[in-house]
Structure formats: structure tokens, C-alpha cells
Design a protein around this ligand. Structure first.
Ligand SMILES: Nc1ncnc2c1ncn2[C@@H]1O[C@H](COP(=O)(O)OP(=O)(O)OP(=O)(O)O)[C@@H](O)[C@H]1O
Length: 303
């Protein structure tokens, strides 16, 4: 469904260039429900905006289904956004109209694309658990309910891909669980591919695959050891961290590049060069060998 290879995004302002994505690789299969995590400024939103057709990529490959988002024309981009992708933001005020009802809000994008399907709009609000509140004006709904209206809106164009940027960022834990449950159902029952960007490790622990971004590159992948773990409700909350539930893998790209965490490099005093050894079973990266002896002091680290 999604294929990014060597994806680069550079933001240019008057006197500054920011390389937000530095040659990122990412594959997402159709029907996946996965999360992207990373520190602030690591490029998560830029990646999501690029996948959503809101930001234009600077270089590399970025394909979503049949669409090549690097080469796509402006005209096709409008079509892509209309037909293929749905978007949910943390700040739902961006896509909601407070003086309209929940139902009218869901119908609005349908109206803009020329085809209002009231039954489907109602069905969507039922899906997100707002059957009883669909005729309430937005300002009469709580923040969590508004976020659920936003989810219904994002599905109004029947997207194959749903992109959610911190969808639970401003709601409480109960609402966050509810939203995650809605995502899981949409994914399992309607087959919508869902990519969630989040800081929240508890949320991330509830999906099968998590990809970590560091400095605009995919660095680590976490794959759930037991995909049926969802059934054990509350388990994630008890265990907390991602590593309890997922196996962590370092991402190696097509030409063999991988990202070594900065803290490891700092601990070993590695800056621009390292020694690498292969003993038939594992690869060892260590601080550069000192020419003319001194190897005994070498600190080693296995990867
Ligand atoms: N429109 C823009 N113009 C210039 N620089 C930008 C723009 N958007 C993002 N950046 C820069 O690109 C880098 C990545 O930003 P991005 O918003 O993708 O990170 P993020 O991981 O989503 O962070 P956060 O979790 O804080 O939202 C940052 O250095 C940011 O300052």
C-alpha cells in the first residue's frame, strides 16, 4: 500500500534549509494497522503530511497504491486526496464546523465532492458510537466525542488509507482506548490501512507493528510477538513499555545501511569512523582501532 524509499523532504525558508526526512524507507502492507513513533522534530508529521499529499516530497520514491506522490500532477493530487486517503489530526477544530450538527459535519465533505450519502454518514456516526448524538451541534459535544466525529469525517470519502497524527493527543485514557478500538474495528472489518503517528507508547503497544523514526530516518522496528495479545485487555497497561510486547529490530536498508543510536556512539566515543568485525555469527562495531597498538582499551559493542 505504502512504499517509501530514500524519501527526502527539505523545507526551505528565506535563510534556512531543514532536511526533515533524510532518505527514509518505509513499507506498509495493505490492511495493516501500524504506528510511527519518534521524538519531537524527528519528521513524523512531515512523513504523514507527505503520505497524505499535503506536503510535496523533495526526492526519493513515495508510492501509495497506484499513486506516485513524487511525480503526481496537481490535478491527480486533488483526486488522490479525495479518493484514497483520510486524515485525522490531534486538533480536530481544524476539520470541524462548530455551528453544524455532527451529521452535517460528516456530510460537509461529501457535499464538497458532490455526493451526499446520508445513510452512510449516519452509519459512520454509529460506527464511532455517536448514534444518539448525531443531531447535536458540535459545541454540545465533548472533546473526545468531537474527535470521534473527526474520525467519521475522515472516512466520509471511503478511504483505503487512514492517516492519524496524534489522534489521542488531547483526550483522556478511556477515550483513547475507545478511539483505538474504533481503529481496530475499521481495520479488521472494513480493511482500511491505518497509520498512526504518536508519542504515546501505550497507544503504540496496541498495534502489531511500530516503526521508530530518528532524525528523519526509520531506525527501529517493533513487531508484536503475539498478535493475539489484544484479547488480553489491560495487559499493555500493566506491562507498560513497547519492548515487553514487541520484538525490536534495527532497520537495515536495501544497500545495508542502518542507524546506530547516538547514545551508543557517544558511549563508545565513535564520531565519524568505527571498526566492524564479523565472526560468522554476529557483527561487532567498536571504536576505531588505534594504529600501532592500544587495542586493549577498546570498548566493544555487539549489534
Ligand atoms: N513547514 C516547515 N517549514 C520549515 N521547517 C519545518 C516545517 N515543517 C516541519 N519542519 C521541520 O522539520 C523537522 C521535522 O518536523 P516534524 O513536524 O515532521 O516532526 P515531528 O516528529 O512530527 O515532531 P512533533 O512530534 O513535535 O510534531 C523539524 O526540524 C521541523 O522544525
Amino acid at each position: 500500500m505504502i512504499e517509501c524509499e530514500g524519501l527526502v523532504k527539505i523545507f526551505k525558508t528565506d535563510d534556512l534549509e531543514v532536511v526533515a526526512l533524510q532518505g527514509l524507507n518505509l513499507k506498509v502492507e495493505a490492511g495493516e494497522l501500524m504506528a510511527i513513533i519518534g521524538n519531537s522534530g524527528s519528521g513524523k508529521s512531515t512523513l504523514l503530511n507527505t503520505l497524505g499529499g499535503l506536503d510535496r516530497p523533495s526526492a526519493g520514491t513515495v508510492k501509495v497504491g497506484e499513486w506516485d506522490l513524487l511525480k503526481i500532477t496537481e490535478e491527480d493530487l486533488v483526486q488522490y486526496k479525495r479518493a484514497t486517503v483520510g486524515f485525522i489530526w490531534q486538533n480536530n477544530a481544524r476539520n470541524l464546523l462548530p455551528y453544524l450538527t455532527a451529521l452535517e459535519n460528516v456530510e460537509m465533505p461529501m457535499m464538497l465532492s458532490g455526493k451526499v450519502d446520508r445513510d452512510y454518514a449516519k452509519q459512520l456516526l454509529e460506527w464511532v458510537g455517536l448514534k444518539e448524538r448525531m443531531h447535536n451541534k458540535l459545541h454540545q459535544l465533548s472533546g473526545g466525542e468531537q474527535q470521534r466525529v473527526a474520525i467519521a469525517i475522515s472516512l466520509s470519502n471511503r478511504p483505503k488509507l487512514l492517516l492519524a497524527d496524534e489522534p489521542t493527543g488531547s483526550v483522556d485514557t478511556a477515550t483513547s482506548d475507545l478511539i483505538m478500538g474504533i481503529f481496530r474495528r475499521l481495520n479488521r472489518e472494513l480493511g482500511v490501512t491505518i497509520v498512526i503517528v504518536t508519542h504515546d507508547l501505550t497507544l503504540a503497544s496496541k498495534v502489531d507493528r511500530v516503526v521508530a523514526i530518528r532524525d528523519g530516518l526509520t531506525s527501529t522496528e517493533f513487531i508484536k510477538r503475539n498478535p493475539n495479545m489484544d484479547a488480553q485487555k489491560g495487559f499493555e497497561e500493566q506491562t507498560g513499555g513497547l519492548q515487553e510486547i514487541h520484538e525490536a529490530y534495527v532497520v537495515v536498508d536495501r544497500v545495508g545501511r542502518l542507524q546506530v543510536p547516538k547514545e551508543y556512539l557517544d558511549a563508545l566515543g565513535i564520531s565519524d569512523k568505527a571498526s566492524m568485525e564479523f565472526d560468522g555469527e554476529k557483527i561487532t562495531i567498536s571504536s576505531p582501532k588505534k594504529l600501532g597498538g592500544g587495542q586493549d582499551e577498546e570498548q566493544k559493542q555487539s549489534i
